[in-house]
Write a protein that binds this ligand. Structure first.
Ligand code: CAA
Length: 396
């Protein structure tokens, strides 16, 4: 796909290719994901069949060049895809997001040619599933305080990895993972290294599955490493560069979560508009009442503001591809605002729907539960505010 973004431009262009992709993803998501979303939310089962179909459509490695198994599209294509999938079902979009940005993006940016052939091609093409493993039971926002360890063996051929990772999205089903663990604990965040992990190897143990409030069909679990032997050539980036890899990858990930939040908000908003036109009370459609109108106006305004912040982050990311510059602040602003918008909009959606908004027979209850995680994972709203303010103040 031709680059849609000029390095110095202030606007994004939705090319014919973008519009065609958006339509194809929307059609697929509405036809194949919407009908199963509630059932998979209830059972908590991983939707493998539709994930495989998304792989066939190129949606599991959207920005990965075709020679590495991806679709060779741009950052805007990723956002458009995420919004459409999230509108149908947030769980599916979580799986897409982790595969694309938390896994493939890191490999694209920091992987060697051999690593890309072995670990990127099968995941970008959707044959295998990728995951990202940073968080530990006692290390979430303070990501550098991890207890897990990787120690080089005497022969210098393998790192021996031990420890427990938590909240690993796609952990119960992942084939490959990017793992962050301490190689030189005395160096703090400069002692963290990143490793490419093969889930088939001994010492990789899938732990407790999290019984989550929302995004219930995206499987999340602990992973235990028990003397897992990782060949030295499977280190991603240089020794001690892991924290930088983790943070760089999260910049891309946060644009994905912002897009997910926008998709959830749009779904809740559209359901609300329809309901406000159809439901009558006191002899009028409830949309005729000013208290409903005020909510609808605020929902719509925040949704469009979120979209603009996401597009702003897309521009910064595309500029970064050319200049090597970071887009940390833009990604954090987009995630912060869009996730809080998703919470605001789904809350208002439930309120306007009244009793049926509280019922599992209607999807707004699921949108409300799904929205909450966007304020938490890939950096809480508090962390996004900290990242934005520190950059503005020139602090670290
Ligand atoms: N890109 C590149 N480098 C970065 C960076 C970025 N975005 N952010 C920080 N760095 C670098 C800094 O430049 C610095 O390097 P130098 O010392 O060489 O200059 C180094 O990393 C340390 O930076 P800080 O001093 O800012 O680090 P800190 O310890 O103060 O922490 C933080 C910063 C923002 C709080 C960070 O720890 C953070 O983002 N925490 C939240 C973690 C998070 O999002 N966790 C959830 C992850 S995964 C998940 O949700 C599960 C899932 O599967 C979806």
């Amino acid at each position: 796909m031709a680059a849609a973004v000029e390095p110095t431009s202030l606007t994004l262009t939705l090319t014919d290719e973008h519009l065609a992709l958006q339509k194809a993803v929307r059609d697929f998501a509405q036809k194949e994901i919407v009908p199963i979303a509630a059932e998979y939310d209830e059972s908590g089962e991983f939707p493998l069949a539709t994930v495989r179909k998304m792989g066939e459509m190129g949606l599991m490695g959207i920005e990965v060049p075709e020679e590495y198994g991806g679709a060779g599209m741009d950052a805007l294509a990723y956002v458009l895809t995420m919004v459409e999938i999230a509108k149908a079902d947030a769980s599916h979009s979580t799986i897409v997001s982790v595969n694309n940005s938390l896994y493939c993006h890191g490999l694209m940016k920091f992987g060697t040619e051999a690593q890309k052939q072995q670990f990127l091609v099968p995941v970008a093409s959707g044959e295998k599933i990728g995951a990202y493993s940073l968080t530990e039971p006692m290390s979430g926002s303070d990501a550098a305080t991890m207890a897990s360890r990787a120690v080089l063996n005497e022969a210098g051929t393998h790192y021996v990895i031990n420890g427990r990772k938590s909240w690993v999205t796609s952990g119960p089903v992942a084939d490959y993972l990017v793992l962050f663990t301490m190689t030189e604990p005395e160096k703090g965040n400069k002692g963290i290294s990143a490793f490419l992990i093969d889930a088939q190897q001994p010492g990789f143990i899938r732990g407790k599955k999290e019984p989550k409030m929302g995004i219930r069909a995206s499987a999340t679990s602990e992973i235990v490493y028990d003397n897992y032997l990782c060949p030295v050539e499977n280190m991603l980036g240089k020794p001690g560069e892991g924290f930088k890899v983790a943070m760089t990858v999260l910049d891309a990930g946060r644009i994905g979560i912002a897009s997910q939040a926008l998709g959830i908000a749009e779904a809740a908003y559209e359901a609300t508009l329809q309901y406000a036109r159809e439901r009558t009370a006191f002899g009028d459609p409830i949309g005729a009442f000013q208290m409903t109108q005020a909510k609808i106006a605020d929902m719509k305004t925040r949704i469009e503001a979120s979209r603009q912040l996401i597009y702003n982050a897309v521009l910064a990311k595309e500029r970064g591809k050319k200049t090597g510059g970071r887009y940390t602040t833009e990604a954090s602003m987009a995630k912060l605002f869009a996730s809080e918008t998703a919470m605001f909009v789904t809350h208002a959606a439930v309120q306007i729907h009244g009793g049926i908004g509280y019922s599992k027979e209607y999807p707004v209850e699921r949108y409300f539960r799904d929205a909450k995680i966007t304020e938490i994972y890939e950096g809480t709203s508090e962390i996004q505010r900290l990242v934005i303010a520190r950059a503005e103040l020139g602090l670290r």
